[in-house]
Design a binder for this molecule. Structure first.
Ligand code: FE
Length: 338
């Protein structure tokens, strides 16, 4: 009997040791970035390290709800999504935990990561002005704020304010200008709209190309994708706020990024994967697949992206976009931005 007991205990110990090893060799990712963007990266990581990366993909809302509902029982080690607004929200809801990593601190500039180190940017997306090159000269353009002036009456198209990208953009403007001035700008944009806001960036650009309006504000990778498909569209990129000296200097940038899940079972493995994603080796793969900019400044963007020209980015911490998101939503609502 005694023998049986200790034999059984031995078996249990072996089983649990195996479970531990399996855990250490596997990282589970919840990703709002879709499979075609992340799978090549995870495959490369597995090939290099032998660590298996399991992932599920969904929209950020359901993934965050799932993390919350699963609590301590979540299998997730890493949460990956787009927009600092979403990452900020996840941190706010206590779904992430602070990461202590010298590698990440060195690879990712301060304005592209959470001041509390709960999330780090992995790619940069610029939300910039796209104009109809048959109707507008670059010299007609200057700043995001200028698009609120009466010169642009009936000439502007925008994506809906329901999208986090515009909520973050307006949040950043609130941080730069204060609420009143930001509201004036948004009211000006609304007054200048040629038509009701579009459900996505691509539709807004197609309206500009079709001559329904003269300019819009979109993330550059949508421009890249559209021009790849239809290279003859009369659309061009403009980098606004380049000669501005105050806080609103530079093109608005946002990130896609990731943080370690609050109840990660393999925290060390999650951090290792994040560090690898921020490395020079992985950054091109991460950014190029979606025509974004690498977050690691040592890495150059893809040639097609670089061809759009260089710009000065706004250097305010992207976390501000999250912190002011709820107020930005209310402001846009007040201003009639649908
Ligand atoms: Fe997007």
């Amino acid at each position: 009997m005694k023998f049986l007991q200790s034999a059984l205990l031995g078996v249990l110990l072996v089983v649990s040791a195996q479970a531990q090893t399996a855990l250490a060799d596997e990282v589970v990712v919840y990703s709002a970035r879709n499979e075609q963007l992340i799978k090549p990266l995870f495959d490369a990581y597995s090939k290099e390290t032998g660590v298996k990366v399991k992932f599920i993909t969904d929209k950020e809302g359901p993934l965050m709800a799932r993390l919350k509902a699963e609590g301590r029982n979540t299998p997730a080690d890493l949460f990956m999504t787009v927009d600092a607004g979403n990452l900020w929200q996840a941190a706010q809801e206590d779904l992430l935990k602070p990461i202590n990593s010298k590698v990440l601190m060195a690879n990712i500039p301060a304005h592209l990561r959470d001041p509390g180190n709960e999330w780090f940017g992995l790619s940069v997306r610029a939300r910039t002005v796209i104009y109809n090159s048959n109707k507008v000269k670059p010299s007609d353009l200057g700043t995001y704020e200028d698009l609120a002036s009466s010169n642009w009456k009936g000439r502007l198209c925008l994506r809906t304010s329901k999208k986090v990208y515009n909520q973050s953009l307006v949040g950043m403007m609130m941080y730069e200008h204060g609420e009143d001035k930001a509201e004036q700008v948004v009211r000006g944009w609304v007054a200048n709209l040629a038509t009701t806001p579009f459900p996505d960036d691509t539709k807004a650009m197609e309206a500009v190309a079709a001559g329904l309006c003269d300019a819009t504000i979109v993330n550059t990778y949508y421009y890249g994708r559209l021009m790849e498909k239809k290279p003859n569209l009369p659309l061009a990129i403009f980098w606004p706020n380049q000669n501005v000296k105050n806080k609103s200097a530079g093109v608005h940038v946002n990130i896609s990024g990731a943080g370690v899940a609050r109840h990660a079972k393999n925290e060390a493995g999650a951090i290792k994967l994040l560090e690898w994603l921020s490395s020079e080796k992985a950054q091109n793969l991460y950014a190029d697949v979606n025509m974004e900019y690498p977050a690691n400044p040592k890495v150059k963007p893809d040639a097609a992206v670089a061809a759009w020209g260089q710009f000065k980015p706004n250097l305010i911490n992207v976390a501000q976009a999250g912190a002011l998101q709820a107020k930005a939503v209310m402001l846009m609502d007040r201003a009639g931005f649908k």
